[in-house]
Structures are given as structure tokens and as C-alpha cells.
Design a protein around this ligand. Structure first.
Ligand code: BG6
Length: 459
């Protein structure tokens, strides 16, 4: 039996845009995802866009019953900025206020603590079109105002808050790799957006401290530990730089209140320094996170580059490394991601040794599988592969905790199968199955297993 510390929390994560659905007359504003889907619907798996997703806006009361049956002691979701403030700034949508108040209150009444995130890739379209999204300091201030509104409206109910989910993904996918709107390839802007998001997070934390005196606030980062191909000096150097971009870039400002000098030197060398002021740097250094959420899916294996980079190409972190496909690595073929449970242990050590052992929790970990209906027996999806995946990760996490890591809980991705951006409903991650057309929900074998896990506080 592997036992977790007393008070360890168990749950799952989902996000607003991926789960709520848009309903007639709900007054939700448009997001960048609505725009992207309108422009290029064929880029979304099976042409499914962000309007009809998992229907939680209408079904949250019965869904909370399912959360209870699957052992949730916590549940993480996000507030849709465009639902609450349809234009991003200005008028508040009262229907959204009622919805979120009731949603969060009902969770608590059922013994489930809500962990609420403010931004999960879903910029209100108006702010993107008018100002260029997080590339603009105006949007940094709009975010801080939106955060303040959320703390004032819901801060008496919700005590655990998060500013951003996976900000590096917004940067990479929106400004380097063209998976998120505005689909640009602009390294200078990418660096500006990364800096602006770190600043927006710190400004939101500053608001939080004035309003919610008895809560905690953090950020959720997807950490992909960078492993070198070998002990060759240049492989090691490649991994060191990959680590700076992939992990330190947001961990350092969030937890330490400042950037790593090595990263700044590289950014300077490529003439990519963002616009900043000393006053902003002070805000970042004075408003660090209380807690950290960590999403872990896969490691980042790298090697020294085999060729010289083209000096004229737009800058990418890959200027300094090649991706390395380690022979014999275990893969999740549906997602194309390596499965490496020990990564979670390595993360726990990194946080303990290099980030003051700050209290943290696993905020996402999971396995996306395509075509899960084929595993249905007697009406239930027998997702033993997912249970194995969780167990292996939990074993390594447990070892990290035994060695002193300050991990407070384990939250998987995801609750009910949900819409996942361009992948839409391709890969299913849920503890609970969604029959998309009818919106019927059925608990999977992993959901029942998760209930036992939570009840026993171990397995
Ligand atoms: C996480 C995101 O990175 O991965 C989620 O926070 C996302 O929003 C999840 O849905 C799974 O992604 P994908 O691309 O495998 O469907």
C-alpha cells in the first residue's frame, strides 16, 4: 500500500472554454477560439469548434454528483473571462456571476474545494482585435482588473486561486508555432507576451492580497524536465538551455520574483529584450506565488544540434538544441507523447532543491486516448491503461514526497471528456466518458478506481 500524507487532496481539472459550452442567451462574449474556428474550421478535429463542448454550464449540478462518485475532494476549473466580462473590460454579465457563484457554492456544499484559474488560453476576442492580446500592456491591466473583479465577486467562496494555466503554451503556440490564435511567428512578440503574462500574474496577485486575506494564489506551469541525450558536454549544454526556456522562464519570475541571468543573456544576444520598466520588475519581485500547480505529461529530451542554425530564420529556442527521440522510449501513440513517470519525481526534487520547497500540487497528469469506445465492456470503458498510468506516476510522486517534497495533492486531466483546442474530442482524457452527440456521461473504470484511491488516500 502506498499512503499519501494526511490532508492530501484528490481531484481533476478542466477549463471553462473546454467544458462549459455556449448556450443561447447566456451573454458570453466571443473568444479568440471562436474567431479561429470561424476562419479555419477544418483545422479542428472533425470540425468541432468551441460552441458545443461538454455542457457543464447547464449540467453542473448533476456533474457535481459525478465528482462525488469519483472521489473528488478538490476540483479545478477556470472562469471564462469572456463569459464574465464579454468585452474583456467594462460591463459584467450578471448571468455569468450567478452561474459561477452557484457552481462554486454547490461544489463546496458537496465537500469539494474549488481551485479556480483565471486564464486558460481563452482571450476575449475584443481585447485581441483592439489591442493585440497579451502583447499589449493594456491587456495586462485589463487582466488585473478582471482578476480583481473575480476576487471581489467570488473570493468569499473560493480560497484557492490560480492566475494562468501553462503560459508558455500561449507564447509558443500563439507566437512561434501557429497552433493558437493569433497564429504568428514573431520571436520578439513571443518574448514580450511571456514577460507581459508574468507581469499580469504578479499584478493579479497584488490585487488578491488586498481582497482575499484568507486564501492562497498560484500559477500553473507545465514542466517538461529537459534531459540530455548523453553526458557529452554539448548535449549537457543543450539540455541546460532547453530547461531555461521551457521551465525556468516562468518558474523563476513566479516563485523567485526574478529571471535567470543566463536566460536574460540569451534573450539579449538575440536582440529580443521586451519593453519593461523598473517599476514592473518591482511588481514581479514583490508579488510571488504562494502555491504552484504543475502539469506533467512528458519529458523534454534534447541533444546538441547536428547542424548550424540559420542565422536569418526567426529565433526559436531550438536554435540551441535538437529534439532527441531516445531509442526504446515508451510512447502514448495517440498523443505522440513519451510516457516517463520518473519525470514527476525529478520535478519534485527540482522544486524542493531549487525553488524553496514551495507547496505545490500536480494540477494535470493524464493520458489521452483515441477511440476509447473499443474498450467498452458491459457498458463501461475499461481504461486499465489509464489506471496504470496514474499508478506509475503516483509511485514516483510518493517517493518524492517521502524525500521531503512539499506536494499537497494530485489532480488529473480531466474530469469529463472535454474539447481540447485543435484536437477537439480526438483524444479522451476523462475519468468520465462523454457521449458527445447526446451529452450523456458515464463513469469509466478509472473513475471508480479514482474514488477508491481518494477514499484510501493511496493504493
Ligand atoms: C494541457 C492543457 O496542456 O493539455 C489542456 O492545459 C489540454 O487544456 C490538455 O486539453 C491535453 O491536450 P491535448 O492536446 O492532448 O488534447
Amino acid at each position: 500500500m502506498i499512503n499519501f500524507p494526511e490532508g492530501f487532496f484528490w481531484g481533476s481539472s478542466i477549463s471553462a472554454e473546454q467544458s462549459e459550452s455556449r448556450v443561447k442567451n447566456d451573454n458570453k462574449g466571443l473568444t479568440t477560439w471562436d474567431k479561429y474556428y470561424e476562419l479555419e474550421p477544418y483545422k479542428f478535429h472533425n470540425n468541432i469548434g468551441p460552441d458545443k463542448t461538454t455542457g457543464i454550464y447547464e449540467q453542473y449540478i448533476s456533474d457535481i454528483e459525478l465528482l462525488k462518485k469519483t472521489g473528488h475532494t478538490v476540483f479545478r476549473t477556470s472562469i471564462s473571462w469572456a463569459r464574465l466580462i464579454p468585452n474583456g473590460t467594462g460591463e459584467i454579465n450578471q448571468k455569468a456571476v450567478e452561474f459561477y457563484k452557484d457552481y462554486f457554492t454547490k461544489l463546496k456544499e458537496n465537500g469539494i474545494e474549488p481551485i479556480v484559474n483565471l486564464y486558460h488560453f481563452d482571450t476575449p476576442l475584443k481585447l485581441e482585435e483592439e489591442f493585440g492580446g497579451f502583447a499589449s500592456k493594456k491587456v495586462v491591466d485589463a487582466f488585473s482588473q478582471y482578476a480583481k473583479t473575480c476576487f471581489e465577486l467570488f473570493g468569499d467562496i473560493v480560497k484557492k486561486w490560480v492566475t494562468f494555466n501553462e503560459p508558455i503554451v500561449s507564447v509558443e503556440m500563439g507566437y512561434l508555432k501557429q497552433y493558437h490564435y493569433p497564429l504568428e511567428v514573431d520571436s520578439k512578440k513571443a518574448v514580450q507576451v511571456a514577460y507581459n503574462i508574468a507581469l499580469a500574474s504578479a499584478k493579479a496577485i497584488r490585487e488578491f492580497k488586498n481582497i482575499v486575506k484568507d486564501g492562497q494564489i498560484g500559477i500553473i506551469l507545465n514542466l517538461t524536465p529537459a534531459y540530455p541525450r548523453s553526458n557529452n558536454l554539448y548535449d549537457l549544454k543543450a539540455a541546460e538551455i532547453a530547461e531555461l526556456f521551457a521551465n525556468n522562464s516562468f518558474l523563476d519570475p513566479a516563485v523567485k520574483g526574478q529571471y535567470d541571468k543566463r536566460l536574460i543573456d540569451i534573450i539579449k544576444k538575440h536582440d529580443l529584450l521586451p519593453e519593461y520598466t523598473q517599476e514592473e520588475l518591482n511588481i514581479i519581485s514583490q508579488n510571488k506565488v504562494d502555491i504552484l500547480g504543475i502539469n506533467y505529461y512528458q519529458p523534454l529530451r534534447v541533444a546538441a544540434r547536428a547542424s548550424l542554425p540559420n542565422p536569418d530564420a526567426p529565433f526559436m529556442p531550438e536554435y540551441y538544441y535538437d529534439y532527441y527521440s531516445m531509442p526504446g522510449r515508451r510512447m502514448n501513440p495517440h498523443r505522440g507523447w513519451e510516457i516517463y513517470p520518473k519525470g514527476l519525481y525529478d520535478i519534485s526534487k527540482n522544486i524542493k532543491e531549487n525553488y524553496n520547497n514551495i507547496p505545490w500540487f500536480v494540477a494535470e497528469n493524464g493520458m489521452g486516448v483515441e477511440g476509447e469506445e473499443k474498450y467498452r465492456v458491459d457498458g463501461m470503458i475499461q481504461d486499465d491503461y489509464r489506471i496504470e498510468f496514474f499508478k506509475e506516476h503516483l509511485e514516483w510522486l510518493h517517493k518524492g514526497i517521502q524525500e521531503g517534497s512539499n506536494c499537497m495533492g494530485y489532480i488529473v486531466w480531466t474530469t469529463i471528456d472535454c474539447w481540447s483546442w485543435m484536437n477537439a474530442y480526438k483524444n479522451r482524457y476523462g475519468l468520465i466518458e462523454l457521449e458527445y452527440d447526446t451529452q450523456i456521461r458515464r463513469i469509466k473504470k478509472s473513475g471508480y478506481w479514482f474514488n477508491e484511491l481518494s477514499k484510501n488516500n493511496g493504493f
